[in-house]
Design a protein around this ligand. Structure first.
Ligand code: NDP
Length: 442
């Protein structure tokens, strides 16, 4: 059932999310990243919408070529090059891995080769920048708005294709979810794990590859632009590159773990993931670097150290919390958390075919402090990225505001799902661990 609030939010996002992305990028391009000035100009009648639109770069053949080549290259890396990193990197889990059991009882296999794709892509990027000089390292920044149109075309095309596919040739019909509401189904997706062939998994590819591999390249392109414009790269830009680089590398190093996250285990593939991964993520998660091209902030040493500490502590909490749950679930509780055997609550649930399964909810380690302390760590890291930009404009702070809304909403959505799944066992768990994100507060 789709309640009116969900439907209203969905309609709002379908109509305005592309405009929001455009507004942010345009305000940097035409207003030095001020979010207020375009509004003032429009309200005072200094400019009309058409003036802003006419100054906006259009789709170009060059951008279309770059984008097509980029996505095609990532498809080739994903589909045709089996992972070799796990053969020589100790501790790295790659190659063919199994996902979680779907509601229809299917266990999908995935080729985990994201780290390899990231390494090859970045090796080529540096080889080009320092040796081959096929293209300028500022190429992404220089084509940023034309590339936005290309990303939108792909985002809408893939979401629409996924919708049509779910009606006519679903990968697994039993895992499809039809609510009967067109907008909800388009946005939140119908198919659970749409695939083409045996290995091209839409969720893993679009979540991980064109957007997240690009994230670090986009930041490098911003740093190159600073170098070109000002003859140096500021320490704030280096901090953004380092902190977000750690986050991206962490994602690929733990790609097998990612198969157990909500995105892969519970979300269906629709516009929310398809368009979001193609447009929202690469354009809005990289706003700090973009801002620093227009406002090159040089931080004092104390601020660099403070922001770095906040980012690293946030990252540590994020990673350790995720690691503790992963270890606990992989070993079925036969492990040590902070040197002790973990405590947990035994739970049971039923799949759609009526089979009863058993599970455990850990109440030790960070999972005893709060029910989503991994989100808290993520939020600390997100705040650190924003702080690198100083306090002159609000645009770089969009990220922390967005992440707070996203993760709080995700937390509530997940808890709703867990309650439907575990029933009274979930209530026992929330009684044992009463806070969601911040112990003693929320
Ligand atoms: P979690 O990794 O927290 O997974 C939640 C699931 O874990 C629940 O549905 C439940 O699944 C299980 N679970 C909950 N409590 C316990 C417990 N006490 N013991 C054992 N299992 C438990 O959530 P996400 O998948 O959302 O997040 C993964 C990471 O990705 C987070 O660190 C988050 O910050 C990050 N993230 C980042 C985003 C970004 O845009 N940068 C977006 C989204 C997430 P089950 O049904 O198996 O019991």
């Amino acid at each position: 059932e789709v309640d009116w609030f969900s439907l209203a939010s969905i309609l709002f996002l379908l109509m305005f999310a592309p405009l929001i992305v455009y507004y942010f990028i345009m305000s940097c391009d035409q207003y030095q990243c001020s979010l207020i000035d375009p509004l003032i100009d429009l309200l005072m009648g200094n400019k009309h919408l058409s003036d802003i639109w006419n100054k906006t770069p259009t789709l170009t053949y060059r951008a279309a070529g770059i984008y097509t080549l980029w996505v095609a290259f990532q498809v080739v890396l994903y589909v045709f090059i089996p992972d070799f990193c796990h053969k020589f990197l100790p501790g790295y889990v790659g190659g063919v891995q199994e996902g979680a059991v779907t509601p229809a009882g299917v266990v999908n296999k995935y080729e985990i080769n994201g780290l390899q794709a990231w390494i090859i892509t970045h090796a080529l990027w540096f080889a080009n920048a320092y040796y081959f000089h096929w293209f300028s390292p500022t190429i992404i920044f220089d084509n940023w708005i034309p590339l936005l149109w290309c990303a939108n075309v792909l985002g809408y095309a893939v979401s629409t294709f996924a919708m049509i596919k779910s009606y006519f040739f679903p990968t697994n019909a039993k895992d499809c979810k039809f609510t009967g509401n067109f907008f909800y189904d388009y946005m939140m997706g119908i198919e659970f794990n749409p695939r083409i062939g045996k290995w091209f998994d839409f969720k893993l590819f679009f979540n991980g590859r064109p957007g997240i591999v690009a994230w670090t390249l986009i930041n490098l392109s911003y740093a190159a632009k600073q170098q070109e414009l000002y003859g140096q790269v500021t320490n704030s830009m280096i901090l953004v590159n380092v902190l977000q680089g750690i986050y991206v590398l962490d994602f690929f190093w733990n790609e097998a773990w990612y198969l157990k996250t909500i995105d892969i285990c519970h979300d269906h593939f629709g516009w929310y993931l398809g368009w979001g991964d193609c447009v929202w993520l690469p354009y809005l998660y990289t706003l700090q670097g973009l801002y620093l091209v227009y406002h090159p902030v040089e931080l004092c040493t104390a601020n660099v150290v403070g922001i770095l500490m906040l980012g690293l502590i946030g990252y540590y909490i994020f990673r350790m919390t995720n690691h503790q749950k992963d270890l606990f679930r992989r070993t079925n509780g036969n492990c040590k958390i902070w040197g002790k055997k973990p405590e947990y609550i035994e739970c049971s649930y039923m799949s759609v075919d009526g089979t009863k399964y058993y599970s455990k909810l850990m109440t030790s380690g960070f999972w005893g402090w709060a029910r989503h302390f991994n989100y808290t760590g993520d939020l600390m890291g997100s705040l650190a990225y924003c702080l690198t930009c100083g306090f002159e404009h609000i645009l770089p702070y969009f990220y922390i505001v967005y992440m707070t809304i996203l993760l709080t909403h995700r937390c509530i959505r997940d808890e709703h799902r867990c309650f439907s799944k575990y029933g009274k066992d979930w209530k026992r768990y929330t009684a044992a661990v009463p806070y969601r994100l911040i112990p003693g507060i929320f």
